[in-house]
Design a protein around this ligand. Structure first.
Ligand code: FAD
Length: 347
């Protein structure tokens, strides 16, 4: 009788783990049990040993989370590493990365190779595994534009599956993993298709201002990355210095009629035409509602970027929720527009 091969990889497990440094808002919380599997084998072993009745959470680097209280049951933080070119043709390369890879390391490595596609997504915090969850986007580019496939593990059966990009149901800051299949799959890896000959997207404001006058042949992914990093560092607070979870609200999309009516009342409304209506700049709405740089207890909306909720120190999740509700209520009262929170609430 043949013996099954022992599982490869390992799992770091910590009981009663402190999550304060594992979420960029620095909210105090603990995980009943935190496991960090390094391979698919190790992950399936953790799932097999888990009591199916116990709650399960997956976190990456905690840069898009509001942790409301201690997490019961099992919390997984994948440590599946590795990035590599998996194939190429005359015009493209395909690149795979494990879910635990730090996103910006992946961007940096691909840009260094001269491959184009990720440069606009430079310096977004978090892991490669979390990137498809909300279809990360910045400076006119979304992950969905370069994503070839996502590898997942079913939390109940531990079966490994692949979803092609078009099967991930991506939309603005959304995917099937965040919506209808929430909690069903753990994303274990991603594969991206990048261009060998750069065709950089510099249509977005600050990039257009810097590169708009140049021909494509004179715009390198490295130069775009460098500029994106400089702009982000000048506008966004570094979570290592001032705790935050990035944009706290999504940019709301309203009907064209509502957008037109708002434009009549607010001549300098920041709005972008979309196929399904008009996208409004949430940061502008919050600033106009008087919240830019304003504090409520230990939390506040950032003084340079009103869309970013910051923890000035020792905040609890109740402080965050209270401020978010106050901002939402004022924007609703001023503009009749409902703001939707971007960071995920756990548990
Ligand atoms: C300063 C700052 C700037 C930011 N700028 C941007 C930006 O420009 N654009 C943008 O889109 N986002 C931005 N974000 C948000 C954040 O960086 C992204 O959402 C990022 O993808 C989150 O990665 P994470 O590893 O920290 O995930 P976490 O915050 O730990 O988790 C986020 C969600 O993803 C789920 N998840 C995480 N890993 C997995 C996995 N392997 N399988 C299944 N589900 C998983 C979690 O359950 C949770 O629901 C910013 C955040 C900060 C703090």
């Amino acid at each position: 009788m043949s013996q099954a091969a022992p599982p490869t990889g390992s799992v770091d497990q910590i009981c009663d783990a402190d999550l304060t440094s594992l979420n960029t808002l620095r909210l105090p919380a603990r995980a009943h049990r935190l496991a960090r599997p390094t391979t698919l084998d190790a992950l399936s072993q953790v799932l097999a040993e888990r009591n199916p009745a116990e709650p399960l959470f997956v976190i990456g680097e905690g840069s898009n989370l509001v942790i409301r209280s201690d997490l019961p049951g099992l919390t997984l933080s994948l440590a599946i590493d590795g990035m590599a070119q998996v194939k190429e043709d005359d015009t493209h390369v395909w690149v795979a990365a494990g879910a635990g890879v730090h996103w910006d390391d992946l961007v940096d490595w691909t840009v260094e190779q001269g491959w184009q596609g990720l440069e606009n997504l430079s310096l977004i915090p978090g892991t490669a595994g979390a990137a498809p969850f909300q279809n990360i986007g910045a400076y006119g580019v979304e992950l969905s534009q370069v994503l070839e496939q996502v590898t997942v593990m079913d939390v109940v059966t531990a079966q490994v599956d692949h979803f092609a990009g078009h099967e991930c149901e991506f939309s603005y800051r959304d995917s099937r993993f965040k919506s209808r299949d929430r909690g069903r799959y753990i994303i274990t890896g991603i594969e991206l298709r990048l261009n060998k000959t750069p065709q950089c997207n510099v249509s977005y404001g600050p990039l257009k201002a810097r590169f708009g006058h140049l021909s494509q042949a004179d715009i390198s992914p490295a130069a775009v990355r460098e500029h994106v990093i400089a702009v982000r560092q000048s506008k966004l607070p570094d979570p290592a210095v001032l705790a935050n979870a990035g944009s706290f609200f999504k940019n709301p999309v309203v009907t064209k009629e509502q957008g037109d009516a708002l434009k009549v009342r607010f001549a300098d409304l920041v709005a972008y035409a979309q196929a399904d209506g008009v996208k409004l700049a949430a940061g502008w709405l919050i600033e106009q509602a008087g919240w830019k740089g304003k504090r409520l207890g230990p939390v506040g909306m950032h003084s340079e970027q009103a869309l970013v909720l910051v923890n000035h120190g020792a905040a609890t999740s109740a402080d965050v929720v209270a401020l978010a509700e106050a901002v939402r209520a004022d924007v609703q009262a001023t503009f009749g527009v409902s703001l939707e929170q971007e960071p995920v609430l756990l548990p």
